[in-house]
Write a protein that binds this ligand. Structure first.
Ligand code: PEP
Ligand code: MG
Length: 900
């Protein structure tokens, strides 16, 4: 551990993020750059971790360093901390290494007590202001340090407002504020059982400890969990001399983004509140003014602010989110950080920064948060169906959403678990609402601006959001909202348009998204650098068309069974399965063949010039049959009808029906399996009933033949699922070759060489890949099954049963069905790839499980040198960018190693 644990802003720099936290490093960097930053100092993350290690105990040497730094600050400011005249006041804020906006605690105005408040009143000549600061401190300190919930203070404040017959706290007289201070002090004693400390040094130490501890508060933990931030980083603490935005009309505070964080447009975007402190903007209690209005009110300050904003953006080479305060006409920059943005803004910004020659193409690609990309394919509204627009608020986060109205997080979570789509409506949101926001389709608030909590968090999560919609009154207690003459209650359908701010009554149909010009451009850049090919899992011509539009380079997995489920086809498929003789089965298969053939033909056509990998039937056959319980119920019902029937004719018909159902029950029962996932499925079906695969292969090659006749550039690949032993593949391959010859003939085969490959989904296949490779043109790792069989977890049960518990208790770091388990499953994949290549160096390898669309898993596939990933159509842009990021990341690593 480095010995120095407290750094003045003048001592650090932007490179020291892991020690000073993001905020501390940026404050130091801004101080160096000569920006008007109020002086202060940072207590390091190492100090925080050391504090945890000592069982939440601060050692004397750290206390000493903190007080020495305070003395230096006193000298710099010409003020004394705790001094009765012209007292030095400070803010105490957390500052984690990875930005966690609003997740941890902040205390402002620290250093005030019964004595110094008078000193502040004297120096500023504004007693009302001094008392206002003091009462804010008591509340914040009470909340952060002693854990007293805000509503205790707010109730007292409401009572006083009533007594004083005023509506807002700004209207309270100086005398009333004095009373409020006494009331708040009593409130602290009542709730915490101890007084608000008058000793400012004691205040400081308690505040620092509370900020350290806020690292462990539930909302911070939850934020880290959903954003995959390590729990082990700890937080730095920034102690900064206070400047005041609430000293009157020439003061104020605001937030400025150097670009529009919703769209990425190169325009200033921000808000300002006259006569206010920072928390007023973020809390969304008062709705602030657009930043442009500052130009009218304080033109010089506005000029300075614009200059500083440009300087900061150039310096940090990224959009900045700047907090500033104006104290009696003088501008101070309190904080800058890379601004949170939604995916749309991130892409536009990255592309424009390349055009402005601020960053390189590769840097732009690395800046895209791949996991947010699916938001980009934002949905909009079917405008022709928009009828009753209830109100228009601020367009805080784009995308349209529709769902049933809920007024609190609990209801949102409960209903979403039950499969309902919900829209969360709150007067304003707080970090406690984060879970509710996460499970909602969209969020709207009646208060707060574009930088309020709701707006920032919704953008980060990619939820559509409308905020500051003051025309709507939301009553969360009675679970109703009023908009003009409309009254809506919990459960009513509502639609939001986060792109325009509209709140619309009812369920408006949504329209699928289009790709922006900027996204197309960054995807093209990604294609230039990536090594992995990106294919699609697509089962229908419609999916294939979407996949191709989004940049798929072919189909890596067509699950043919999905073609069997339409109402027109299922009865024929059922006849095929329940057939009692081979002739009966063949008759049914003959009916299915033309259907399959036309599916394949359409698929080949939509992917002309690109490979299409078709997997032969995979699931257990009983999945296509009626549900056994339902059949029993049906039988009971018919039995009862039969008993009640009076007419002989009717009785006879019902008896026949009952017998039919009984036979069906017997057949379905015979096909039931204890462990269907490990039973009669995959190539086992093809081996036991070769006529089924025979029909599918014939359909494929007939479609190929037609394509060839019509000049469609067809590249067929046939894939055998669930192979565990080489003989299974050998036998199936012989079948494919035989049928291909029958249907296509030698000439066409020469013209259109097809590939036959296997899925590697069973650990034994991976272990014996060397032998299997001799009969396979490609290996497609079915990582869903391979995960299931390697862990011994049933895919159908794990997620509903124990996996959530495992993840909560950190038994596993990730859900292995989402993020590929590189340690175990990965070992099998690497072994199979190496042994496959040892006999067939050019054997094609890729994955087609869910992991093919997951960022981390894609990085891994690149790392181990697979040829492709295959994922669902809407994940394709993500996969293209992730593959490029992986290529850039590993190239950088190689360059570093080479340099060393
Ligand atoms: C797999 O197992 O990874 C796979 C793609 O097949 P399915 O999910 O259809 O079993
Ligand atoms: Mg599988």
């Amino acid at each position: 551990m480095s010995t120095k644990r407290v750094f003045d802003f003048t001592e650090g720099d932007g490179e020291m993020r892991s020690l000073l936290g993001g905020k501390g490093a940026n404050l130091a960097e801004m101080t160096r750059a000569g920006l008007p930053v109020p002086p202060g100092y940072t207590i390091t993350t190492e100090a925080c971790l050391h504090y945890f290690k000592r069982g939440d105990l601060m050692d004397d040497s750290l206390k000493c360093e903190i007080f020495e730094a305070m003395e230096r600050l006193e000298t710099q400011k010409g003020q004394r901390f705790g001094g009765p005249q012209n007292p030095l006041l400070v803010s105490v804020r957390s500052g984690s290494v990875t930005s966690m906006p609003g997740m941890m605690d902040t205390i402002l105005n620290l250093g005030l007590n019964d004595e110094t408040v008078q000193g502040l009143a004297d120096t500023t000549g504004n007693a009302r202001f001094a008392f206002d600061c003091y009462r804010r401190l008591i509340q914040m300190f009470g909340n952060v340090v002693f854990g007293i919930e805000h509503h205790y203070f707010e109730n007292k404040l409401s009572m006083l407002l009533q007594k004083e017959e005023v509506n807002q706290e700004q209207q309270l007289s100086e005398e009333a504020l004095r009373q409020l201070i006494e009331i708040y002090k009593e409130c602290v004693i009542e709730q915490a059982g101890r007084p608000f400390p008058q000793d400012s040094r004691q205040q400081l130490l308690l505040a620092v400890e509370a900020v350290f501890k806020s690292w462990h508060n539930p909302r911070a933990k939850y934020y880290r969990k959903i954003n995959h931030i390590s729990d082990k980083q700890g937080t730095a603490v920034n102690i900064q001399s206070m400047v005041f935005g609430n000293t009157g009309k020439t003061s104020g505070t605001g937030v400025l983004f150097t670009r529009n964080p919703s769209t990425g447009a190169n325009e200033l975007f921000g808000e300002f509140l006259y006569n206010a402190q920072g928390e007023d903007v973020v809390a969304g209690i008062r709705t602030p003014l657009p930043i442009a209005q500052l130009e009218e009110g304080m033109p010089e300050v506005y000029e300075q602010l614009i200059t500083a904003a440009k300087q900061l953006e150039q310096h940090f080479k990224d959009m900045q989110d700047i907090e500033f305060t104006v104290e009696q006409g003088k501008l101070y920059i309190l904080q800058t950080r890379n601004g949170k943005r939604n995916a749309q803004a991130a892409v536009r910004l990255a592309v424009e920064l390349v055009h402005e020659q601020v960053i390189t193409k590769n840097e732009a690609i690395m800046r895209i948060e791949a996991s947010h990309l699916d938001q980009l394919l934002h949905r909009g509204l079917d405008e022709s169906k928009v009828q009753n627009v209830l109100a228009v608020g601020l367009a805080a986060s784009p995308g349209a959403s529709t769902g049933q109205l809920v007024f609190d997080t609990e209801q949102a979570v409960e209903w979403s678990k039950a499969g309902k789509k919900v829209i969360l409506a709150r007067p304003e949101t707080t970090p406690e609402d984060i879970q509710g926001m996460l499970v909602s389709e969209g969020v709207f608030t009646s208060r707060g601006g574009l930088t309020s909590h709701a707006a920032v968090v919704a953008r980060g999560m990619g939820r559509s959001c409308v905020c500051g919609c003051e025309a709507v009154r939301i009553d969360p207690v009675n679970k109703v909202m009023y908009a003009g003459s409309s009254v809506l209650s919990e459960g009513d359908w509502i639609t939001l348009d986060g792109g325009t701010g509209r709140i619309i009554e009812g369920k408006v149909p949504l329209r699928e998204a289009e790709m922006s010009r900027e996204l197309e451009e960054i995807l093209r850049w990604s294609d230039e650098v990536r090594d992995l090919r990106v294919l699609a899992n697509a089962d229908t011509p419609r999916d294939a068309a979407v996949a191709r539009r989004l940049g798929a380079e072919g189909i890596g997995l067509c699950r043919t069974e999905h073609m069997f489920f339409s109402p027109a086809r299922l009865p024929v498929v059922q006849r095929m399965i329940l057939a009692e003789s081979i002739d009966e089965r063949k008759a049914a298969l003959e009916k299915i063949l033309p259907m399959q053939q036309s599916d394949f033909y359409e698929l080949f056509k939509s992917m002309s010039g690109l490979p299409v990998t078709i997997r032969l039937l995979d699931p257990p056959l009983h999945e296509f049959l009626p549900n056994l319980d339902e059949l029993h119920e049906q039988k009971l019902y018919v039995e009862r009808q039969e008993q009640l029937a009076v007419l002989a004719e009717e009785k006879k018909a019902l008896r026949a029906e009952r017998q039919q159902i009984s036979e069906m029950i017997q057949k379905v029962d015979a096909l039931q399996e204890k462990n269907p996932m490990l039973g009669q499925r995959g190539c086992r079906v093809g081996i036991v009933y070769p006529e089924i695969y025979d029909m599918q292969i014939e359909a494929i090659f007939k479609a190929v033949s037609r394509c060839l006749d019509e000049g469609v550039d067809v590249i067929p690949e046939l894939m055998i699922p669930l192979v565990g032993d080489v003989t299974e593949l050998k036998v199936m391959r012989e079948l494919v070759d035989r049928v291909a010859l029958q249907v296509l003939g030698k000439e066409k085969i020469r013209y259109c060489p097809y590939k036959v490959g296997t899925m590697i989904e069973v650990p034994r296949a991976a272990l014996t890949a060397k032998r299997i490779a001799a009969h396979a043109d490609f290996f497609s790792f079915g990582t869903n099954d391979l995960t299931q069989m390697t862990f011994g977890y049933s895919r159908d049960d794990a997620e509903h049963k124990f996996l959530a518990h495992y993840l909560d208790h950190k038994i596993l770091q990730h859900n292995p069905f989402q993020v590929l388990d590189t340690e175990g499953v990965g070992q099998l994949i690497e072994l199979a790839v190496a042994s496959g290549r040892s006999v067939k160096p050019r054997i094609k390898t890729g994955i087609c499980g869910e992991h093919g669309g997951d960022l981390k898993s894609i990085f891994y596939c690149h790392e181990i040198g697979l040829d492709y990933v295959s994922c669902s159509p809407y994940r394709i842009p993500l996969a293209r960018i992730a593959a490029a990021q992986a290529a850039i990341h590993y190239q950088k690593e190689k360059d570093i190693t080479a340099a060393v």
